[in-house]
Design a protein around this ligand. Structure first.
Ligand SMILES: Cc1ncc(C[n+]2csc(CCOP(=O)(O)OP(=O)(O)O)c2C)c(N)n1
Ligand code: SF4
Length: 554
């Protein structure tokens, strides 16, 4: 990537010439640049639920000595909705807050997210969302820019790590100027690649200061209508800001047969195809939305055709084509010039422009795909082995599951589960299937996923005395995203009893090979029970256990 090449050069110069200034430059992931930008912009709290590729934003703040000295709040929330609401609460109290999540997390937080645009904010509020085109570790590749557009708020989309840092500062200024939440959207490559980032001066935190209007956050219809009107009135200001923003630029070029609109990181992919980073075509670089119409119009009127480069969905391309798709030819993901799905990269951009493609070395035969699998000694293995045996007598079995390391139970050698849709869906899908008459109707869910979104579904099942068996495979960690602390640890049994599961049908297992027969026996008993039963299979993730032991010693 351009970034790495530039960075190597940059490091050499910096190390030899300017040792002092390197103190002020940091080598940061895109996700970390947002975190550092937020710390330096005077946030008082970051709220988040982990999810690749957004997790490192919060982890960076958690590890920052300065953030800890300032006592910036950075503990994980139970899910994205609670995170969004807590950040809004901190903003209500006048302080700057940031909330972070992966793209599908924004579905979970959508209710407070959309409504926060209507309440507006008090202290600056940024929602940092990391999208995952190509679905490296996600169920879909939805594009969060639609959410920002839907909420009618400004969106910032960095093209590199420095912009990720700078946009966080600019986002808080924008947020406090218009009293509006601001969305920062990044994608996997930017979140997970490093570059040198120049810091700015550190701002003081805001003082505690309640909203001037005590009714601002009361979305009763009569007030909500007024607030919605005021949100609509702000739109002209947002557009003017976009026209003047340094993140949106017209870069002229001699060859006007085609003009290029490059959004976010795709600007980087484009320039990587030119050795001196000078493209012969005019470019409009987009980093701030709503789209700067005047700048785009200049490109449209001066160039023969347009090519739109954007990571994710054809968000800009669609809006330029309009319903009737009249006018100049616009190329992009919709007409097949670029693939409709998956990540962009410099080669795809080169192909779209008819440039010569630089081929890398062929992959040696020794490098083969290695399918992911549960670690040896993982507690999920033991529960699946027992479940498979317990289910034999039921003939063709179907088991609803969820998202976490245990989803690997869908693959050989286990082939134990048959669904993975969204967090919490195992319990509710099992309930629906039980309502339809499926016996047994089984859900497998992890401890963190259970507290994220499983509890409410369990209450539905308890209220209707549904015939379901829920297995909570509790490894006391959010293992899939790197072993963060789980909000469920030590609380699951009490939660299930509190929700109303009958005490004799809350069973605790210790998943070890030596306990296999005992586990099969308990599972069979509960599968035969007609009502709600919960089996908590409890043994810590073998990857997080040593780290925790080490931390206790230290
Ligand atoms: C709405 C949403 N938020 C976050 C994620 C990312 N994510 C996938 S699985 C998971 C948690 C898994 O933890 P747990 O249920 O305890 O299972 P484990 O991985 O520990 O086995 C998270 C946070 C996601 N896929 N969807
Ligand atoms: S990281 Fe932990 S939970 Fe995930 S597969 Fe490995 S042992 Fe199992």
């Amino acid at each position: 990537m351009v970034n790495e090449v530039i960075f190597n050069r940059y490091l050499l110069v910096e190390f030899t010439l300017e040792i002092i200034s390197i103190m002020e430059k940091l080598l940061l992931l895109g996700a970390e640049a947002i975190a550092q930008g937020a710390i330096d912009s005077g946030i008082s709290g970051i709220y988040a639920y982990p999810g690749t590729p957004s997790t490192e934003i919060t982890e960076y703040v958690q590890k920052s000595t300065f953030a800890n000295e300032r006592m910036i709040h950075s503990r994980w929330s139970v899910n994205e909705k609670t995170a969004m609401e807590a950040a809004l609460g901190m903003s209500y109290a006048g302080k700057r807050a940031m909330v972070c999540m992966k793209h599908v997390g924004l579905n979970v937080a959508a209710d407070p997210f959309i409504n926060s645009a209507i309440t507006g904010i008090n202290g600056g509020l940024i929602i940092a969302v990391a999208d995952d085109p190509s679905m490296h570790s996600s169920q879909n590749e939805q594009d969060s820019r639609y959410y920002g557009n839907f909420a009618l708020i400004p969106i910032l989309e960095p093209s590199n790590q420095q912009e990720a840092y700078d946009m966080t500062r600019a986002g808080f200024l924008l947020s406090e100027r218009y009293k509006i939440p601001v969305l920062i959207r990044i994608t996997t490559r930017l979140a997970h690649s490093r570059y040198g980032v120049q810091r700015k001066e550190v701002l003081e935190e805001n003082k505690l200061r309640l909203p001037e209007d005590p009714k601002q956050f009361i979305l009763l219809p009569a007030i909500a209508r007024i607030r919605y009107r005021s949100l609509l009135d702000k739109q002209t200001g947002f557009s003017e800001d976009s026209e003047l923003s340094g993140f949106n630029r017209y870069i002229d070029g001699n060859d006007k047969t085609i003009g290029i609109i490059a959004c976010g990181i795709s600007f980087n992919y484009l320039l990587e195809n030119y050795p001196n980073h000078i493209c012969e075509h005019p470019i409009v670089k987009i980093g701030q939305y709503p789209l700067p119409k005047k700048i785009i119009n200049k490109l449209y009127t001066t160039c023969g055709e347009l090519l739109v480069l954007e990571e994710g969905y054809p968000f800009v391309e669609e809006s330029l084509r309009g319903f009737f798709d009249h006018g100049k030819k616009i190329h992009g993901r919709l007409d097949g010039t670029l693939p409709r799905d998956g990540e962009l990269n410099p080669t795809l951009v080169a192909q779209a422009l008819g440039l010569q493609i630089k081929k890398g070395l062929p992959v040696p035969g020794i490098v083969v795909n290695r399918p992911p699998e549960l670690c040896n000694g993982c507690s999920h293995r033991d529960i699946y082995e027992a479940l498979n045996e317990a289910m034999i007598s039921f003939g063709e079995k179907r088991v609803f599951s969820d998202i976490g390391c245990y989803t690997l139970g869908a693959l050989p050698p286990f082939n134990s589960i048959n669904s993975c849709v969204d967090m919490g869906a195992s319990v509710t899908m099992a309930k629906g299937a039980a309502d339809a008459g499926l016996v047994p109707s089984v859900a497998v869910i992890g401890d963190s996923t259970f507290t994220h979104s499983g509890i409410t579904g369990l209450l539905d099942a308890v209220n209707e005395k549904s015939n379901i068996t829920v297995i909570i495979s509790d490894n006391s960690a959010i293992a899939m995203t790197g072993g963060q602390d789980s909000s469920a640890t030590g609380k699951l049994e009490q939660i299930c009893l509190g929700v109303g599961v009958e005490p004799e049908h809350v069973r605790i297992l210790l998943p070890l090979p030596k306990n296999h027969d005992e586990m099969v026996r308990v599972l069979k008993e509960e599968l035969a029970y007609s009502g709600v039963s919960v089996i908590i299979s409890q043994r810590e993730c073998i990857q997080t256990l040593p780290k925790k032991k080490k931390n206790i010693k230290a």
